[in-house]
Design a protein around this ligand. Structure first.
Ligand SMILES: NC(=O)c1ccc[n+]([C@@H]2O[C@H](COP(=O)([O-])OP(=O)(O)OC[C@H]3O[C@@H](n4cnc5c(N)ncnc54)[C@H](OP(=O)(O)O)[C@@H]3O)[C@@H](O)[C@H]2O)c1
Length: 247
């Protein structure tokens, strides 16, 4: 029997990158997955290769829609992964409209997703909630301002959950990767693919599968073991500002 047989996993931001890789890895470990994101066509293409997978078009900023989407499911594993950044300008050059999108997705989106799942997990006395933090939630870097603020907030939400749901049998895990090569950087640079590619030039970043592997590790421990935080660095990256690159 595979370790996650008979478990239901609900993943936000599953149309790309880490979320899609996590859907694949959790399916491989035996879970039935529900893939959610805004781009339904991409979700369907990914789910087509995953036995038993379902897809739902969902914007995590819409708390009522998120609560409705979760209603039919007894979620065993929630992966609150949807997130994004815009730009790397200094704060004085930032765009408040973009800040709202980033804060609403990365902070309120996480809260919107976790809120409806908690009472049912508490009632059942078990459940895994996995958050996608970042090393940007530990170390601020130049131009990271608002994105870093949202990932510091994810760390605070993770710590708050541990306290608010203490003794209820639930497990909380904050996954904190450094550089992972995904569409994240293309989105951050507003579609400029060349600029996004340059970020990883001459170094070996993490892959989405590396992060998915850490998530599977966390949720497949025995019930009395809660892996609290996993920080993943590429071997070539020493801090959010120090990266070894080929000459
Ligand atoms: N890549 C990195 O270096 C890195 C490092 C540390 C942490 N992270 C974190 O890892 C998570 C996943 O990022 P990624 O690297 O996999 O980036 P990605 O490839 O760009 O994927 C981001 C996912 O989030 C979804 N999303 C964005 N806004 C959404 C919204 N309002 N509602 C629902 N879904 C939304 C996107 O789907 P749709 O556009 O289809 O909605 C997409 O599936 C993020 O929280 C990110 O902050 C990334």
């Amino acid at each position: 029997m595979r370790p996650l047989e008979n478990r239901l996993a609900f993943i936000t931001g599953a149309s790309a990158g880490i979320g899609a890789a996590t859907a694949r890895a959790l399916t491989e470990a035996g879970a039935r997955v529900v893939l959610t994101a805004r781009r339904a066509d991409r979700l369907r293409a990914i789910a087509a290769e995953l036995p038993g997978a379902e897809t739902l078009e969902l914007d995590v900023r819409d708390h009522a829609a998120v609560a409705r989407a979760l209603e039919p499911y007894d979620v065993d594993i929630l992966v609150a992964n949807a997130g994004l950044a815009y730009g790397s300008e200094p704060l004085q050059e930032g765009d408040p409209e973009e800040w709202s999108t980033v804060i609403d997705t990365n902070v309120k989106g996480v809260l919107n997703t976790i809120r409806p799942v908690l009472p049912r997990m508490i009632e059942r006395g078990h459940g895994d909630i996995v958050l996608l933090g970042s090393v940007a939630g530990r170390q601020v870097y130049p131009g990271g301002n608002v994105y870093c603020a949202t990932k510091f907030a994810v760390q605070a939400v993770y710590e708050a959950l541990r306290l608010d749901a203490a003794g209820k049998g639930l497990r909380f895990t904050n996954i904190e990767p450094a550089m992972v090569e995904t569409d994240f950087t293309v989105v951050r640079f507003r579609g400029d693919e060349e600029r996004a590619r340059a970020v990883y030039e001459g170094m070996t970043p993490l892959t989405p599968a590396d992060v998915a592997d850490a998530i599977v590790y966390a949720v497949t421990r025995p019930p009395h073991v809660n892996i609290g935080e996993i920080v993943l660095w590429p071997t070539d990256q020493a801090s959010t500002t120090v990266v070894r690159r080929d000459a």
